[in-house]
Structure formats: structure tokens, C-alpha cells
Design a protein around this ligand. Sequence first.
Ligand code: CMC
Length: 473
Amino acid sequence: MHENTKEITELVVNAKKQAYEGKGIVPEPAFTKNIKWPVKCIVGPGLEGAIACESKVGYVNGSQGWLIYRGYDIFDLCAYSTYEEVCYLLLFGSLPSEKQLNSFKKDLIKLRSIPGTIGLLRKFPIKESNAMATLRIGTNFLRRESTYLDLPDYKPDTTSAISADEDSIPMETIPKGERHAIYEFDKSKNTKKPDNVDKNLYSPSGYDSCCRLISSVASVAAAGERLRTSQVVIKPDPELSHAANLIYMITGKRPTAVEERIMDIILILHADHGINASTFASLVVASTLSDIYFAVGSGVAALNGPLHGGANERVLSMLLEIGSPENVKDWFKKARSEKRKIMGFGHRVYKAYDPRARVLGPLAEFLVNASGSSENKKIFEIAKALENEVVINLGKDKKIFPNVDFYSGIVYSCLGFSQEMFTPLFAVSRVAGWVARIAEYLEHNRIFRPRTIYTGPLNKKYIPINKRIKKVK
Ligand code: CMC
């Protein structure tokens, strides 16, 4: 790593020390071995506590504040790894050799160029669209550009589907959970290339499509931003890393070694996080044997919401609304009395300090100081004062602490990104987790199909329309 980035590594190492002060990661006895389905769990509203599948991709321990990708601690990956290496790790399960990493990087670089998708984006009303809407439609355009799914002679082969009808399980019985039916289609048949297909078109579920999505969702986000702001779309630079090229394609400036390093860390931090809402959305779509592009598109759509990735944009608006560190106490009191959710705080899983916020806070502070901008400094001071207020008031009892979205926007702003790009940047990184988990899930696919508890009436007598009494408004 570049000499100038040592300070950044130290920040991460210190964050790790703070996180593990007095505790470490201790493997639990018989940790996650030999799962026997069905598993018992207590399910709350919003599927809280529900266990949907097994995975070896990543582990989040919310009470301890641990985040692990394929066995590796997030702090170590941030301190010593790169986004490309982490993507390889998430996809293949082990850290690459130098040769494997170089070849993987070459594959990603080759896939940065998306002329067909950019052509289609130019016809899309980008200026009137939210940046996440552009990113979502862009994943569809990538599907068109990269796969043969829309070719006239491509017909999915469904003949090998086993006719185990979900609704033949009486809904009033508790599902037994045995592997009583194999719901899978024969994937190789289902995704068979039609004859005479261009060699650049990929299988919609293979390795190439995973790489395509990791690499070119970044290009879509960058092209979308350039077109939205009436700027020339910048061609990817094959000499640059994924992180540096992303900054370059969006801002038009080649980053310094420190900026590149920070971008790499922010990409690593956002790459995967259990089956959060967007990952689950993409798994649900993939489980129907739709395709990985549609699945990733649905991940983008789910990530957009303010309770999920969309919170990072809202955090900046909230800090601007507060206006100064002196206003924090009154603002917080009012927000609580109005029962407002404070953006960038709280988490379904973390009931301890989010390890990602532990890294992002110091990175934000570092960049704010380096920028010398009084505006940045003020925003950061408001953020620190708000963190203090929330943790004092809600930390102990409600276990509410800053989450990944609280400081990320300040980091993005200091790197030169507009507020509209905060959530797309989250997606650019999270796509690695989506595709890794989709690929893993499809190995033993079973369609996701939970149930509801019906609380409506039964036995209502049908009344023809002309006999229904009109309600007077
Ligand atoms: N501000 C104020 N109160 C909160 C907050 C918050 N940010 N988060 C949770 N609470 C309170 C909530 O009001 C409830 O209190 P009570 O028990 O008195 O009704 C309690 O904590 C439990 O909250 P919940 O909404 O039932 O928790 P959840 O697990 O359903 O929601 C969450 C998790 C992340 C959606 C929620 O904490 C939230 O809305 N946070 C603000 C939005 C945000 O920052 N989202 C980013 C999440 S992290 C990264 C990502 O996924 O993108």
C-alpha cells in the first residue's frame, strides 16, 4: 500500500482496538455446524428473528458488534485489503493468491465498459429521475447488453421443473420443513445459450454475470451522474483500481492515494451485511429462478428506502436542518416529541455500536480536517454533537447507536460526491454481497414463500354491484 496511506491504516487499527477493548472474537462451541431443518425461531413483525437460509458468506453479531466476511474480521479487511480482493473473497470463499487476484482484476476491468447501456441511458429521462431509479433501470439495460435473455430464440426450459405445488401444502398446517420436494429447475437447461449467440453475451447466472454486475454497476452509477449533471460520460481507465476508477468516472478527477484508499475502505465496509432488506429482496427474486440482473435490480430498489440505504442522503439533510452544534439538544428534543426516526441511528441487528460507523467516524474526521473547509467542519461537529445526544439518551436503554449511514455521507461529500450519489454508491458496493449470496443460494435453491396470518373475515355473502348500498360521503 502507498506510503501516504499509513495514517488511514492506523485509524482503522485504532477503531478495531476500541471495538474489542476488553473483548475479542471468541468462537462459540459448535458454532453454526450441522443445521437440521426445520429450525426453531421466534419471529416478530418485519420477519424479525426469522431464519431464512444458511450462508457462509458473512456473519453479523449484533450484540457484540462483530462483522465478519467469510471468517475475516471487517476491521482487518479494511486495514489491509482492497475492494477487488474482498469481492473475490465474498464470491469464492477464500482470499486469492496474487495470480488469482490479478486475473480477477483483469476480468473486472474488461467489464467496466458498457457502451450499450450508456446508449440506452441517454434515451432515459435521467434529469427528471432519482439517481437510484437510474441505477435500477441501468441494471435492466446491462441485462440487455450482456445476456441473451431477451433474444427471440432464447426460451427458458421449464420442462424439468418438478411439479411440487406450493399451494398443495395446506396453508392451515405448519410447514414441516423437510426437504419434501425439490423445487429446482435444471439450471444448465434453464439458461442454455441459443445457437449463434455473440460470444460477449453471458449466461445470466454464471461467474461472468457476477463479475459484470460488480464491475459495471459502478459504471452505470457514474454514467448516470455525469448525464444527470449534463457532463461528458468518462471512459473507465484500465490502469486504475476499482475504487480509484469509480472516483475518476464520477468526478472526472484522478484521486490521490489517500482518497483511493478511503474509497476502497468505504466500498469494503458496505460490501455485505447478512440478509438485510435489499439482500433478501434480491434473494427472493433469484429464488424464483428469475435472473441475477433482475435480482440485483430489486436489491437496488429495496436499498433506496430511507429505512435502509436511503438513510445516508437523509442524514446530510438532517444535519443541515439542525444547522449548528448548539441547536442539537433542542432539535433532538423536538424530534423525539414528534416521534421522528433519527436518520443514521438504530439497527435491526446491532444492539451495540455498528463496527462500520467506528471506522467511518474517524475517516470523516480525517477528511474534514484535511479539507480545511469550515462548512465540512461545521457539519462534522453537528454530527458529533448529535451522536453524543442520541447515545446519552437512547444508547443505554434502547441500544440505539450510529449505524453505517451516519458518517458515510460526510466521507462521500469530502471525496467530491454529490448528495444524490450517496445511496447509489452504497449500491455500487453492496452488489458484491448481493451476487455472492445469490450464487450461494442458487446452489441449493428453494423458492422463498413465507406465509401471512390471515386476520380478515370469512364467509362473507357476495352482493351483486347493483344491490350494494352506496356509502354517502
Ligand atoms: N431514531 C429514534 N428512535 C429509533 C430509531 C431512530 N433512528 N431507530 C429505532 N428507534 C426506536 C423506535 O422508535 C422503537 O422505539 P419503541 O420501542 O419505543 O417503539 C425502537 O427503537 C425499535 O425500533 P424499530 O423501528 O422497531 O426497529 P427496527 O429494527 O424495525 O428498525 C431501523 C431498524 C434501522 C429501520 C430503524 O432503527 C430506523 O428507522 N433507523 C433510522 C433509519 C436508518 O438510519 N436506517 C439505516 C439502517 S442501517 C444501514 C442500512 O440498512 O442501510
